[in-house]
Design a binder for this molecule. Structure first.
Ligand code: BG6
Ligand code: MG
Length: 212
């Protein structure tokens, strides 16, 4: 008997790559208020919610910001980010990801998204996967961000699959931790794989086909 019935995919860094757009948008916002920001700080924002990311960005700021100022800064960043996301198209979906999803579907797995991003539905539409997944759990339906398991627990509920029968695919250490705290195994790529955070630490997305 097989171990899993469903695969829950993180979006940014697994299905597509928006890191550079996040970097450019945060950098422009930080420059506008004279706060230092670099790619190393950007790497710390992986899997972290927008407002928690802003707090990390503002660690380098002198002085403090009111809630209203923080909200305005997060909005400023998000507007910039959305103009960059508007450039994405189905060409930003790699053949490897497309073929892996199709093969998993052919093998009968239920497929979901579990992402901290409130922009997840927009990104999915841009890359041509707007209606593809059986469930989309994202920043719009959670109150706690990874490493809290909420986003993956909600995805499992939407799929009507028990957590223990869901495999999570992640590129962030916080995402692998969220999977584990939700009672799910994690297959990792990228940063999380290099850190050995997963139950399976893969070189590439397609390697998940060897597990399932
Ligand atoms: C995650 C990204 O997917 O979404 C984080 O890895 C980002 O870097 C988070 O901060 C929230 O994104 P958004 O689109 O809601 O601002
Ligand atoms: Mg990610």
């Amino acid at each position: 008997m097989r171990e899993f019935d469903a695969v829950i995919f993180d979006l940014d860094g697994v299905i597509c790559y928006t890191d550079e757009y996040h970097y450019q948008a945060w950098k422009t916002m930080a420059d506008s208020i004279g706060v230092y920001f670099d790619r190393e700080i950007n790497n710390r924002l992986r899997g972290v919610s927008r407002m928690a990311s802003l707090d990390i960005v503002l660690e380098k700021a002198n002085g403090t910001f009111s809630q209203a100022e923080k909200k305005a800064l997060a909005e400023q960043k998000n507007e910039l980010y959305k103009t960059l996301l508007a450039r994405m198209s189905p060409a930003d979906l790699s053949d490897e990801v497309k073929d892996t999803l199709e093969e998993l579907r052919r093998r009968g797995y239920r497929l979901a998204i579990g992402s901290s991003s409130k922009n997840a539905p927009f990104i999915l539409r841009q890359i041509g996967l707007g209606d593809y997944f059986d469930a989309v759990s994202d920043g719009n339906n959670i109150t706690r961000s990874k490493p809290d398991p909420e986003v993956f627990e909600k995805a499992a509920q939407m799929l009507c699959v028990a957590p223990g029968r869901c495999l999570v695919m992640e590129d962030a250490v916080s995402g692998a931790e969220a999977a584990h705290r939700g009672g799910m195994k994690a297959a990792c790529v990228g940063d999380a794989s290099r850190a050995g955070a997963g139950d399976y630490n893969l070189k590439s997305i397609k390697d998940v086909l060897e597990i399932l």
